[in-house]
Ligand binder design. Structure first.
Ligand SMILES: O=C(O)C1=C[C@@H](OP(=O)(O)O)[C@@H](O)[C@H](O)C1
Ligand SMILES: C=C(OP(=O)(O)O)C(=O)O
Length: 423
């Protein structure tokens, strides 16, 4: 247990070091769904072990899937069966990826989650599943909790969905679509879909598993019906969780390397290379990994983060430490994340003396000297990371419920402390 609020370590010298990230949440939870729907047993090597991935494992086990192992997960699929109950916690990947799979169960599956999970956008996905032939009882709430009444198969076919609130609606439908009788064709109709690299990740992982996917037309994805091949997959390190560690170099005039950075990846965290460069960092990708070193000055950032929204909390914290103003745009959908991240970032940074304004689709951040205080984390792992980063550069910052980082990285405070205050 961590002391709550957790006194964030203050850097006494430039942070210099090397860190290794646990596996990617997004890759692990996609791989689990694919393995559960595959035509034979799969092996997932170096999976992320965290609240979000353990919830996915728990949900799949409730449906009858066998998952064993430790450093590698062995997944043995079985036909999904109900009755079952699934706890989605606060995991977007569980609440959006599991229902499209659960509709294939023979029997009833009830899904629920944390109180905040009941407020996260879900209704469009429920409607889309109904359009594909699923029977779902949600008491008219268009949100968690709801119950899927499956018959062991789903007709599938063509469906139109407004996925402007979350790319995960599309990814969820595509991940299971090959197992629907007619496959699935998903058309998006609405404001632009956020986090497109995450949909590219879904498509790439489906193709690697032998599924035919056509994404040649904008806002339309076609998944042919057919088997999903068993996986033997080494999970990439989580590049979004690398953000605070790399930012530690920039906040202190130091240099940090993240090992095992993939040369090619669909993870949106890869955009950090460009984003940190634009803030004045010196960035090198070589056989040692990704190294980010502070340049002469830390400048603010004017960027559209629509594709990489999950990087926003850490970038906003770093921007609050920069010498020039920042504008973070294109991330209105963050109001539906673990918390309303735009409101939470403005509130918490301003509590420490910052000058942060919420805009219609993002944040405007003016440089200001910050002071100590308690930084609220709102059960949001990335808010906690943002607060810890501020505490590295500002005296007397304590982060409330830092344990919430366990959503995607239970080792966060240990790895952080070892990096920033080496013995
Ligand atoms: O598919 C995924 O793994 C994710 C998609 C994104 O969701 P949104 O499109 O809802 O932002 C991202 O923010 C989330 O952290 C993970
Ligand atoms: C938005 C995020 O998570 P989730 O998968 O719960 O949507 C995130 O990790 O930044």
């Amino acid at each position: 247990m961590q002391i709550d609020p957790w006194p964030a370590p203050r850097a006494t010298a430039p942070v210099v070091g090397t860190v290794t990230m646990p596996g990617s949440k997004s890759v692990t939870n996609r791989a689990l769904i694919l393995a559960a729907l595959a035509s034979g047993p799969s092996v997932l090597r170096a999976p992320l072990r965290s609240r979000d991935s353990e919830l996915m494992v728990g949900g799949l086990r409730a449906l009858g899937v066998e998952v064993t192992g430790d450093d590698a997960w062995h997944v043995t699929p079985n036909p999904f069966r109900g009755p079952a109950t699934v706890d989605c916690g606060l995991a977007g990947t569980v609440m959006r990826f599991l229902p499209p799979a659960a509709v294939l169960a023979d029997g009833q599956v009830t899904l629920d989650g944390d109180p905040r999970a009941r407020e996260r956008p879900m209704g469009r996905l429920i409607d889309a599943l109904r359009g594909l032939g699923a029977e779902i009882a949600d008491d008219g709430r268009a949100a968690l909790p709801f119950t899927v009444a499956g018959t062991g198969a789903l007709p599938g076919g063509s469906v139109t969905i407004d996925a402007s609130a979350s790319s995960q609606f599309v990814s969820g439908l595509l991940l299971s679509g090959a197992r629907y009788d007619k496959g699935v064709v998903v058309h998006h109709d609405g404001e632009p879909v956020p986090s497109l690299p995450h949909i590219d990740m879904t498509v790439a992982m489906l193709r690697d598993a032998g599924v035919t996917v056509d994404d040649s037309e904008a806002n339309t994805w076609r998944v042919e019906p057919g088997p999903i091949a068993p996986l033997d997959l080494a999970i990439e390190p989580d590049l979004s969780n690398a953000a605070p560690f790399l930012a530690a170099a920039l906040a202190t005039g130091g240099r940090v390397t993240v090992t095992g950075w993939p040369a090619r990846t669909t993870q949106p965290g890869d955009a950090l290379r460009d984003l940190f460069t634009r803030m004045g960092a010196l960035v090198t990708l070589d056989e040692h990994g990704l190294t980010v070193a502070a340049g002469d000055r830390l400048t603010g950032l004017d960027a559209d983060l629509h594709d990489v929204g999950e990087l926003t909390p850490v970038l906003a914290a770093l921007a609050a430490l920069a010498e020039t103003p920042s504008r973070l745009r294109g991330v209105a959908h963050l109001r539906g994340h673990e918390t309303d991240r735009l409101a939470a970032l403005a509130t918490e940074l301003n509590n420490l003396g910052g000058a942060v304004t919420e805009t219609e689709d993002g944040l405007a951040i003016e440089p200001r000297p910050l002071r100590g205080g308690v930084f609220g984390s709102y059960e949001d792992h990335r808010m906690a990371q943002a607060g810890v980063l501020i505490g590295l550069a500002v005296d007397g910052v304590a982060v409330e419920n830092v344990a919430t980082t366990g959503k995607t990285m239970p080792t966060f405070t240990t790895v952080w402390t070892e990096l920033v205050s080496p013995r």
